[in-house]
Design a protein around this ligand. Sequence first.
Ligand code: GAP
Length: 509
Amino acid sequence: MAKEGASNTDTMEKLVSLCKRRGFIFQSSEIYNGLNGCWDYGPLGVELKRNVKEAWYQAVVRDRDDVVPIDCSILMNRRVWQASGHEKCFTDPMVDCKGCQKRYRADKVRMHYLLAGAEVLWKHAYEGDDPADFDKISKSVRKSYDHLRNQHKAALDSGAAADADYLVSQAPAGLPRICPECGGELTEARLFNLMFKTYVGPAEDSATMTYLRPETAQGIFANFKNVCDSGRVRIPFGIAQIGKAFRNEITPRNFTFRSREFEQMEIEFFCKPGTDMEWYAHWVGERKKWYAALGMREENLRFREHAKEELAHYARGCTDVEYKFPFGWGELEGIANRTDFDLKAHGEAAGRDLSYFDDETKERFIPYVIEPSAGADRSTLAFLCDAYHEDMAPDEKGQMQPRVVLRFHPRLAPTKVAVFPLVRKDGMPEKAEAIFRALKKHMSAFYDEKGAVGRRYRRQDEAGTPYCLTVDGQTLQDDTVTLRDRDTMTQTRLPAAGIVQYIRDKVGV
Ligand code: GAP
């Protein structure tokens, strides 16, 4: 990710600043001081995220014969969210600090408490501020603190980022509740539904109320029968969708990682009960291959299978795909065996038969569902983190200088090639522009004639452009150009004739 020695906070700060400077990601409504949890993609960010989504679509729809796409509306009948269980259960427990008014997710505060709040309590107690508090902590709870604090320290010492979610799951219940920031008293936990409410039509009452979808999956279940009846599919088959989802997260954080508006890339794969565990294993394998094919570094990726006790009551298996972000391990995707839970729930609530009749075996059944559900924004952020490198590169005078380079896989790179005339005279701009126009028909290309060529290379390194093509004095004599490789920084002289096809082959477009 970053060079050795750079702290993880540093890396994240540098990445956020690079994203703004180079037009990958901006804070939403920034000129009005922003809107927490919302982000805008700039010119390079749009290309990058689009490439991520296209790579996903290519792998799960176009390269297969058994997955079809769908594009559902964001607004759906409220009954969808009642049947799916979201209206009742899509909640996070929330607590407020009575002192500083900060708001936290109750499960996170337990962790904060362990890692930071405990320090406050300890300090107060030892300094004799309120010894009674100290006594309130039972011996066993204190032991648990120590155990967790040691685990956390060991994780940090070994260079692994602390996996907060894992540690939270280990935190003992019944901890005294104090604010991790100020040590103030916290309110009782209240359940907070994460769905954004809205009204359809002019009247704002319960009859017109619905929600912005918090996931794309339910649109797929609601259309299962439509897709079956359209005659293109036979079980086993999947339906794939890319689209926006909205969650009123209590504490959006870590750049785009936890946003209130984001995009998902979801598949619901329907299969015959009994074959479900095989298909579950198949999808875990396929998704592994996808991240690897796009160059995500093995040491930064892990597939974490849930223990039986962690599974939802209806699920038969779940694997989280996690990436080692500078701020710790975070989930990119969940791959779940959801059995027949969703189709059954919608069938019952809607009063429709959502079973499937296999006309070869003459069997009727409610299909089981394997759900690989990925986040487009989280994957994009992971690919950005994975690509971020700092190294040394020679400047125009041959002096080594620090360089920031985004080493994207060529398929993901927002710009595939940049074209430069060495100087703005002697017919070089005209020749360079002609090559640029020819390249642009096939890929995202960038033309730049301003400033020293070394500086232009560096700007493209920061944008993650794999190749820079330069037209120079020799081009005018023998019709050759130089092609500079972003990663090796070597320059190869090649004939201008055929250069478009050569670069297309290199970047795979
Ligand atoms: N249909 C299943 C489902 O929605 P999920 O684990 O809640 O499962 C799937 O979400 C993926 O969506 C996550 O792995 C993550 O990549 C992305 N995601 C969820 N909440 C997000 C948020 N607040 N911000 C950005 N991405 C999010």
